[in-house]
Design a protein around this ligand. Sequence first.
Ligand code: NIG
Ligand code: FE
Length: 418
Amino acid sequence: MSDLIIKNVGQFFGKGSAPYRGETADKVDIVEADAVLLEDGAVSAFGDFDDLAEGKRDTEVIDASGRLVTPGFVDCHTHAVFGGSRADEFVMRTRGASYLEIFEAGGGILSSVRATREASEEELYESGRRRLVIMITHGTTTIEVKSGYGLDTETELKQLRVARRLADDLPLDIVPTFIGAHAVPPDYKDERDMYVSLVCEEMIPAITEEDLAEYCDVFCDRGAFTIEETERILKAAVDAGLKIRVHADEFESLGAVPLAVEYGAASVDHLAVIIDDDIETLAESDAVATLLPGTTIYLGSGHFAPARKMLDAGCIVAVASDLNPGSCTAASVRTVLSPAAVNLGMTPAELIHGCTANAAFSLDQADAIGTLEIGKKADLCIWNATDVNDLVYRWADPRVYAVIKEGYVIYRDEISIE
Ligand code: NIG
Ligand code: FE
């Protein structure tokens, strides 16, 4: 393993420890040092460059020249493996059709299901690989990836196998999630119970048999799955040893938040229309509220999750890309941070904790990634920014200077700070 020293660091943001909530949610948590030593893929020491470099004449050195260093970004909600494109539906939406109307008319998720079923494993791998490379170049070093564009056992397995291959081949860690309950496939439209049985009795056992997923997710919302159906699936998933995440309250509040908390969900996601009582329930739990502001923007719905209320109540808030072919095609958490700040009323510190420490916590990885602590994985990003305020202030351009994965520089973009 190669060792690396980063020197002349302007700000080391994200000292530890997750989760950041309540009084620490907005904490500008900085390591007081100007250099870091990375050894054997892990963060080994912080300090003065001269001290760290002593006796290490052959160690590679990166001069950060006053730049910001954060933990590598953790994108805890993505649908990064899918077939086809929904550009035609995007244009329909610009002409006034709504996302739900398109979905209810058999397009939306179901259109990606058709394309994903048709795609070969190789095609899914290639398009997924390109998306993951974009993520890396925007500072992301760990992602969650969901299935959900198969809605039959064979294709759900195909998507998760592709995710596994991508994780083996790319310098990016992937946490796989099974979401067979993403939509009811057309052939089960009048036999919804049979589809739920298929998810519980065939898909979940097949997936656990091959150890293809760590989490099970359900889209509990209008047009997707009811509370009763969601509960059946969560029960089967927990019994099979899977951990839980839930898509909740994107369009309508059906009671998915208290149900998810009752089943010990690690994360409850979207929450655009969450009600006040459910905010309290979340605040009293360790379930992470994963907000997806890129989706609200891309759908043009105007329904941003009430992030301020959640933070003030003490919820653990994470922020993710929701990369998917329909409701948000952004592969980069980094580029949604500035619009998230102004639309959610979140500070740069809250947002960066949201896509590092708190996102890692939602993936049950807080002991390995998400903060800059000695012994954790050397997954870091050096930014063309002086501090987190400067980074979030600068909208849309990636501003990545270097991405480091387990101690190796995996991407570099040498633009100087303006
Ligand atoms: O998280 N809401 C459900 N699932 C995705 C959208 C999937 C799609 O439109 O293909 C989401 O936004
Ligand atoms: Fe989603």
